[in-house]
Design a protein around this ligand. Structure first.
Ligand SMILES: Cc1cc2nc3c(=O)[nH]c(=O)nc-3n(C[C@H](O)[C@H](O)[C@H](O)COP(=O)(O)OP(=O)(O)OC[C@H]3O[C@@H](n4cnc5c(N)ncnc54)[C@H](O)[C@@H]3O)c2cc1C
Length: 472
């Protein structure tokens, strides 16, 4: 171990300092395997006091710190640069559920808790923690707060920002901000909590969060639908909203090319519809009132949509296992895209009504500028958040350097379409390192300058995840 790291031996147990290259390797590449970095060490604190001591040491030694949770982020924000100067701060051992308050409907979890463990803790108390993502078995509380994660239930419960009541975090100089008050209303000063949510490790180290809980649904109905177009899917969403309102927990869209890839590459998936369709909708409505006949509501709305020829086909799950099978397809898409070959992914959002225009514009631009690429679309249509991916034939990508130029051209094309539609270049995955340049171009200069001043106020030495979100 280097002399610089030695003071940390007094702070962390032996398992808390990892310097052996093979043991460090999994922390140094991102989930997609696209970004690779180097670090002096992986530090694995077990307490807030240890995180604080590490940050005091980092400030004294001016060492860059890259926080990491489950390392499932899709913007490269949890991977250090190639200089080898940074330390990785892995929060996975800070993983206690501190409290579940059934009367107040709140839960406090430490940064390293895996999302499924938090969901389970809520379920055991007969409450619901509604955040659900394809990575929920690996992503951690610190990561989901730091990226303001979304997922499949945003249409009903909002993003992480809507679920967080309070935060505990450690500043760059080691000071601990103890903001875990589980208050529904708190107008005392600036909401530091909201600055940290979505800050991607650049403003502070999140050590715990207080969340809202909800009533568990007692009844639910799940459907997989076939549509002729995204516009038809929006029409069905509108019909369903008029009748089911806040009971809609999910309304997701997927194109047939994406469905084909998922069925081919992820063995746990099978199509419960008799035939393939150009577009698919994944719908769930639920209610905590066990008398609510959600299946009848869904059947009636989909039946009327079939009659009106807005909907082409639909299957309503007749058991929990069938509902699970439908959601397995939706949640397997990220894995299918990872396996499919060279691709350029995007996490766009536009006003919900503009989703069909976004998709048409990307299809036309892809046909014109990248004729060998297959455009893929999947996402949270109810939130206007569509993951656009251009998949290229393997034979066309001789090496990473050649592909980088293609990826830059695809990005420019998609970001131009999104900007013209008044949308965002990232809806839920964040800027990380992948989108720093694009963000600098897309953001209003005055807003960017203000963000730089905020960054400086939180992190005057620039040691917190340097180069992520804002260029270092
Ligand atoms: C299969 C799959 C499906 C996915 N589906 C969705 C989806 O539907 N919706 C969605 O929003 N995202 C989705 N994601 C992206 C990803 O899971 C989320 O961004 C998640 O919130 C990241 O959590 P993590 O713990 O893995 O964070 P990491 O990847 O470890 O880190 C992400 C960012 O947060 C920072 N960070 C991590 N922990 C802390 C901390 N304690 N304090 C401060 N900063 C920290 C890191 O520095 C980095 O910038 C998906 C990813 C995969 C692989």
């Amino acid at each position: 171990m280097s002399a610089k790291l030695q003071p940390l031996e007094a702070v962390l147990d032996p398992a808390g300092i990892v310097t052996e290259p093979a043991a460090m390797a999994p922390y140094l590449s991102d989930w997609r395997g696209r970004r690779h970095g180097r670090a002096q060490a992986i530090l694995r604190p077990r307490t807030v006091e240890e995180v604080s001591a590490i940050m005091r040491w980092a400030t004294q030694t001016r060492t860059p710190v890259v926080p990491q949770g489950g390392n499932t982020g899709l913007s490269g924000g949890a991977t250090p640069d190639g200089s080898g100067e940074a330390i990785m701060l892995s929060l996975g051992r800070l993983n206690q559920i501190r409290s579940v308050d059934v009367l107040g409907d709140t839960l406090v979890a430490e940064a390293g808790c895996v999302l499924t463990d938090v969901q389970r803790a809520a379920t055991e108390a007969d409450r619901l923690f509604p955040l659900s993502l394809g990575s929920e078995g690996s992503c951690q509380i610190g990561g989901i707060v730091a990226t303001n994660a979304g997922g499949i239930n945003v249409i009903r419960y909002g993003t992480v920002r809507d679920l967080v009541l309070g935060l505990e975090f450690v500043q760059a100089d080691g000071a601990v901000i103890r903001g875990l008050k589980p208050l529904r209303k708190d107008n005392a000063g600036y909401a530091l909590r909201d600055m940290l949510i979505g800050s991607e490790g650049t403003l502070g180290i999140i050590t715990a969060a207080a969340f809202k809980l909800f009533a568990r649904p007692s009844v639910s109905a799940t459907a997989l639908c076939g549509f002729a177009s995204p516009a038809a899917a929006l029409q069905v969403l509108h019909r369903l909203r008029s009748v089911a309102g806040a009971r809609i927990s999910s309304f997701e869209l997927m194109c047939d090319a994406e469905m084909g890839l998922t069925l081919a590459l992820v063995p746990t998936t099978t199509l419960p519809l008799g035939e393939r369709h150009p577009w698919y909708g994944f719908i769930e409505i639920a209610d905590s009132d066990r008398e609510a006949d959600v299946e009848r509501i869904l059947t009636e709305v989909l039946g009327a949509a079939l009659e009106a020829e807005v909907l082409t086909d639909a299957v309503i799950a007749s058991s929990e296992a069938q509902a699970q099978a439908i959601w397995t397809i939706r949640l397997a898409v990220a894995e299918a895209n990872r396996l499919a070959g060279p691709s350029v992914p995007h996490d766009t959002s536009v006003a919900t009504a503009d989703v069909p225009a976004l998709i048409t514009a990307v299809e036309q631009a892809a046909a014109r500028c990248f004729p060998s690429a297959r455009p893929l679309f999947v996402g949270h249509i109810g939130d206007g958040n569509i993951h656009v991916t251009l998949l290229f034939p393997k034979a066309e990508v001789p090496n990473a350097a050649a592909f980088a130029a293609t990826a830059a051209a695809v990005n420019a094309c998609v970001f131009d379409i999104v900007t013209r539609l008044g949308g965002s270049i990232t809806a839920e995955h964040g800027i990380g390192h992948s989108l720093v340049g694009a963000f600098a171009q897309a953001a209003q200069p005055e807003a960017l300058a203000l963000m730089r001043r905020v960054k400086h106020a939180f992190d005057p030495l620039g040691i917190l995840n340097p180069g992520a979100v804002l260029a270092a």
